[in-house]
Design a protein around this ligand. Structure first.
Ligand code: 2P0
Length: 346
């Protein structure tokens, strides 16, 4: 019998960055992220019983087009899951995915993609076993998503989410967890406008970037800095320290890119317009005293973070900057609530 599962999962933007890993996808430092709302991936997995010698074990489609280039990563995830997710050994998987953000937006889709896939796989495994969803359903899905892509383990929950072990966190090296306290009201509904400086595929993948941390000159100090910034961020979020948030978010973004620039085979993911947009944000903040700041992912695009309460005051600035440096391309996103199950359309 064929079974189907369909889930939508969000992307997330790290405030304290995960950069460097060891063992089986374990992070060298704790990280904390903001779950997004608009940037999401929807994935359907259909498990079809293998008859005789069977067909292809995994077929992956993005927006209806077969993308064989993604299949080895999915295959590797299934191997890592082993008997925990055993149904696929007797089934071939037809996986159909689509992103709610523009196809070539330059927004990392591995976090939302692997989170949605992990939810579908876990859901199907439980269906085949005839078991109810356990109370720790999302916890297990987070662990599975991590095996596909590290940052994906933070996309299983809404709001602010951590991954890694540090004082005051509910997460572990194996799985993400929501921050175990109410953040100050100024951070509720926080907004993230993604200014798309360059949409070309990046020259160095994040997996390679993580690998370059293994014998990086500054790795040890960087991991200590991330640990310290995690503790600082927890206090900032509890106390509503807007100035502290700005300083920390920008310092983390620049530290991440400094690691890339100082690794053994150094590289730059920032583009000239990345710097230009950063300068515009700092000037705008100085002129208006509004709490607007930036962070960066592993790419050239700039994430503009600001509280929901000043959206009207920031809108014209965002329009001007994206027109000048990004050909008008931006995604106005905000804090989101996490994954949702979808009704299968088959
Ligand atoms: C993060 N990034 O914390 C950091 C900061 C990008 C910048 O984790 O090799 O796709 O699949 O574990 O999670 C992007 O790397 O890498 C990332 P893998 P991943 O979000």
């Amino acid at each position: 019998m064929s079974l189907i599962s369909r889930w939508q999962a969000p992307s997330n933007i790290a405030l304290v960055k995960y950069w460097g890993k060891y063992g089986i996808q374990l992070p060298c430092n704790p990280s904390v992220s903001l779950t997004l709302q608009a940037a999401r991936t929807e994935t359907q997995v259909e498990a079809i019983p293998i008859v005789g010698s069977g067909g292809e074990p995994v077929q992956f489609y993005l927006d209806g087009q077969r993308k064989e280039g993604f299949e080895p990563k999915i295959w590797a995830l299934l191997q890592l899951l082993g008997d925990d997710c055993g149904f696929w050994k007797a089934h071939s998987l037809r996986i159909s995915s689509s992103n709610t953000f523009p196809h070539s937006a330059g927004i990392a889709s591995s976090a939302s993609g692997m989170a949605a896939l992990a939810l579908c796989l876990l859901d199907l495994e439980l269906q085949f076993r005839g078991q109810e969803r356990p109370p720790n359903f999302y916890q297990i899905a987070s662990r599975w998503a991590r095996l596909g892509s590290g940052s994906a383990c933070r996309s299983l929950y809404g709001g602010f989410v951590s991954w890694g072990a540090s004082k005051g966190l509910n997460s572990s090296l194996e799985e993400g967890a929501p921050l175990p306290f109410e953040v100050h009201s100024i951070f509720n509904g926080m907004r993230d406008a993604i200014l798309m400086v360059d949409q070309a595929e990046k020259k160095v993948s994040s997996t390679v970037g993580h690998g370059l941390m293994t014998d990086h000159w500054y790795a040890e100090r960087r991991f200590l800095q991330a640990e310290s910034n995690t503790q600082r961020l927890l206090n900032i979020l509890i106390e509503g320290d807007s100035q502290g948030f700005i300083e920390l978010a920008e310092a983390e973004a620049l530290s991440l890119h400094a690691m890339m620039m100082t690794s053994a085979s150094n590289y730059l993911l920032m583009r000239p317009n990345t710097i230009a947009v950063i300068e515009e944000i700092r000037t705008f903040r100085k002129q208006t005293s509004l709490p607007v700041c930036f962070t960066l992912d592993a790419g050239p695009n700039v994430h503009v973070l600001y509280p929901n309460s000043i959206q009207d005051k920031v809108q014209i600035f965002l329009e001007e900057v994206s027109a000048k440096f990004c050909q008008g391309k931006r995604l106005d996103d905000a804090m989101g609530n996490g994954p949702v199950e979808r009704i299968s359309n088959v």
